[in-house]
Design a protein around this ligand. Structure first.
Ligand code: ADP
Ligand code: G6P
Length: 735
């Protein structure tokens, strides 16, 4: 039976050795806690690190460790202390983590760490490949393993690979600072489906792929070599039932079954019935905004002194990545802040901050969630933040107020929370007051919405959505579905041609009837071509339409003596032989003066490029530019123009060495379809070479013989290799 292999740096269990005994603890952190239930419910395998290095593993405990790992359907990747230093404490947590969370000043760029990151990814790949059987699906997780998809794909192109990033993907402007940006993107592109928590992260990723690697990105698809890669957002949910059931069980506890922590919390509540508790839970990480949270609480106590003895901040900070210098500095800062606040505001019977620096068992987490009136979650940046969701899920009587940072991915789905900017200390202080004073009815109303959303889009739904999509991608991935025109196919097409008595030929010009030249003005049709087109047009049953992006003046001049129909500017104007040009649609071009100066800056900065202004469109040509610079600028320009023109009814077409901006109201597909309307052609032939021709391939009736010049992702039914083969083919209809 085929299985799903989950791969992440951390396994759901963490092993340690105490008194020569192996002990196992559940892992902390969104990834492990979230995926645990997915793994539990599937007959899969989870590959990752046990928490012990090779040096820490005595030979006589090896089989026991192996047993502990396999008991939980896991397989271990053995890492040395050097691996951990370079890969985990190094590249993952001193380079990618800070950079992706916009802490650029913390990001270190160290070649040796990068080398170790690569070699550890290779170790993970090795274990995956050893466990991989035909039909298995691999789901790789998070920033520690960004090279893994490519490493697996290179060895096993048949395997379906998904990747999910649990942290933000930063804006292109930040990502581009990374010296190994190409390698990381290429690593990720080994996956068939890439998932992010939010649409913004997805957008940032696509923008980097397009700008840095120059791959074709269309909506949320990337064309990469012979594969289509999908990118999508899947906001991670929680195991809702587990949290709400545990909260119910918590309320039903007796004095005897209660935990020590719960007893203390209850004692506090009975002793000071009108005092409220504010909860703060995170790993001790600089991205979580813990220091700002404390400062805001301090400011709140200063600003609203009547809350003295009436409120307490219960703060749990779970130790994390303590070998990384910034985490050590942060620990010191938090200790000092807590000390300062408690020193400044405490009374004989009241300490404003209860601070726990340790990990707690799950039951205690529930004790805290259910006992606190407000959850104060203020990360400076956070991919998602599951604690926010868990807090809401445990409020079974629907009371409780969530204060949440706008910078957490979770804020996108939790609009009913009190959303704050984590850098605005004054706002947070005021929001704490608002939360403490919020009427119960209002609390319930807000939580009701959030709970129903969390219940519906829980972690199982998140995982199954991802897997369903991954399956669909795999089944639909071959980029080139078009068939090559060989002799046999040519004969079949010829037979259809001969049987028909009303035939039409839509012929694109540049790149199809004529090869490209450096200067577009030099691409005049040669005598042989003109003669061939005349012959093709000659029989009464035939009609030829030259359909091009060229302007009408050029096209009209070149074909003035050829009795064909001309369609120019991608469908804007049409000329029947012997008549004048006419507009196919009502068009406006009042947007051109806004766009023209933008194109001009690209001409100024990119030698060899020029602007072509047509009646209703404007194009930037870069055929003569340095190829690399041209591609780079073209990418940049199309992104800039797309952003400028979004919602303005314009489309940006990336043609062959040209970027063209025109009204989206008109394209070759629409023009061709309008032309054949109600005319009952029984042989429709259409040939073209670039993006702009795809509209015809897509929109013409299914029976049309659509042919693409060149091997690429296309909606055409057939393809030919080059312009020589185009002429051979057209010649076949003349004989
Ligand atoms: P991150 O993944 O950055 O640590 P999240 O808020 O997304 O942040 O996830 C934290 C996860 O760790 C939550 O699922 C939470 O329940 C769990 N967790 C936090 N503190 C503890 C703790 N002391 N013991 C066990 N699990 C914890
Ligand atoms: C975040 C990351 C996870 C990581 C977790 C805990 O959730 O996205 O990949 O496992 O933090 O961090 P740690 O370094 O302890 O694994």
């Amino acid at each position: 039976m085929s299985k799903t292999i989950i791969v992440s740096n951390r396994l759901p269990l963490q092993l340690s050795i105490e008194n020569d005994q192996v002990s196992s603890h559940p892992s902390v952190g969104g990834l492990a806690t979230g995926l645990k239930s997915v793994h539990r419910d599937n007959n899969g395998l989870w590959i990752g690190w046990t928490g012990l290095t090779k040096e820490e593993t005595p030979d006589h405990l090896k089989s026991e460790i192996q047993q502990a790992v396999t008991n939980q359907q896991c397989a271990a990747v053995e890492l040395t202390q050097r691996d951990m230093d370079g890969f985990y404490y190094g590249f993952s947590n001193r380079t990618i983590w800070p950079l992706f969370h916009y802490f650029m000043e913390y990001a270190e760029f160290d070649d040796e760490n990068w080398e170790i990151y690569k070699s550890v990814n290779q170790k993970f790949a090795q274990v995956v490949l050893e466990n991989l059987e035909d039909g298995d699906t691999v789901w790789v997780h998070d920033y520690q393993l960004m090279l893994l998809p490519q490493m697996i794909k290179e060895q096993r192109p048949d395997v379906s690979i998904g990747f999910f990033l649990h942290i933000p993907f930063p804006s292109y402007e930040v990502f581009r600072t990374l010296p190994w940006r190409e390698q990381l993107l290429n690593g990720l592109l080994g996956a068939d489906l890439l998932g992010f928590h939010t649409y913004d992260y997805e957008r940032h990723f696509l923008s980097s792929v397009s700008r840095i690697l120059g791959h074709e990105v269309s909506f949320n698809e990337i064309t990469f070599k012979d594969r289509l890669i999908k990118v999508d957002s899947f906001p991670m949910g929680i195991d809702y039932e587990k949290f709400s059931a545990s909260a119910k069980a918590n309320y039903q506890q007796t004095d005897k079954t209660q935990s020590e922590l719960q007893r203390r919390l209850d004692l506090h509540a009975t002793a000071t019935p009108d005092a409220k508790m504010i909860l703060s839970i995170d790993r001790l990480d600089y991205t979580k905004g813990i220091a700002n949270r404390l400062r805001a609480f301090e400011h709140f106590l200063e600003k609203y002194p009547h809350y003295s003895e009436k409120v307490r901040l219960v703060m749990l900070a779970v130790p994390s990545r303590s070998n990384v210098p910034q985490y050590q500095v942060l620990k010191k800062e938090i200790d000092e802040l807590v000390g300062r606040i408690n020193g400044k505001f405490s009374t004989v019977s009241w300490t404003p901050v209860w601070y726990f620096y340790r990990s707690m068992p799950f039951e205690n987490l529930i004790d805290l969630y259910t006992s606190c009136d407000v959850a104060l979650i203020t990360p400076i940046r956070d991919g998602m933040n599951l604690v926010a969701k868990e807090y809401v899920a445990t409020r079974i009587d629907r009371t409780g107020v969530l204060i949440l940072s706008e910078m957490a991915g979770a804020a996108k789905e939790m609009n009913e929370a009190l959303l704050i900017n984590p850098n605005n200390i004054n706002l947070i202080a005021d929001t704490i007051k608002e939360a403490l004073e919020m009427p119960v009815e209002e609390q319930k109303k807000r939580n009701k919405f959030m709970q129903s959303r969390l219940k519906r889009y829980n972690v199982e739904k998140w995982a199954s959505d991802f897997m369903v999509k991954l399956d669909a991608v795999k089944g639909n991935q071959t980029v080139v579905k078009a068939k090559h025109i060989n002799e046999k196919r040519q004969t079949v097409i010829l037979e259809q041609f001969q049987k028909a008595n009303k035939r039409i030929f839509f012929l694109d010009y540049d790149g199809t009837l004529r090869g490209f030249v450096n200067n577009p003005g030099d691409a005049k049709p040669d005598v042989a071509l003109l003669e061939m087109i005349k012959k093709l047009q000659a029989p009464d049953q035939n009609e030829v339409v030259i359909i091009s992006g060229r302007d009408s003046v050029t096209l009209g001049e070149w074909f003035q003596d050829v009795p064909v129909t001309l369609i120019s500017e991608h469908g804007v104007l049409k000329k029947t032989y012997g008549q004048d040009w006419e507009l196919t649609e009502t068009m406006n071009n009042d947007w051109v003066p806004t766009i023209q100066p933008v194109l001009q800056t690209y001409v100024d900065r990119t030698p060899g490029t020029f602007i072509e202004e047509k009646n209703y469109s404007i194009a930037w040509h870069y055929r003569k530019a340095d190829p690399q610079l041209g591609e780079q600028r073209a990418n940049e320009l199309s992104n800039v123009i797309r952003e400028l023109t979004s919602n303005h009814g314009l489309s940006v077409l990336s043609g062959n060495k040209v970027i063209e901006i025109k009204s989206s109201n008109v394209h070759k597909g629409k023009a061709a379809n309008n032309h054949i309307l109600n005319k009952n052609y029984n042989f429709i032939f259409c040939i073209g070479d670039d993006w702009t021709d795809e509209f015809m391939f897509h929109d013409l009736p299914e029976t049309a013989i659509t042919v693409k010049v060149g091997l690429a992702n296309t909606a055409a039914r057939y393809y030919v290799d080059d312009t020589d083969q185009v002429r051979d083919m057209l010649q076949m209809f003349i004989k």
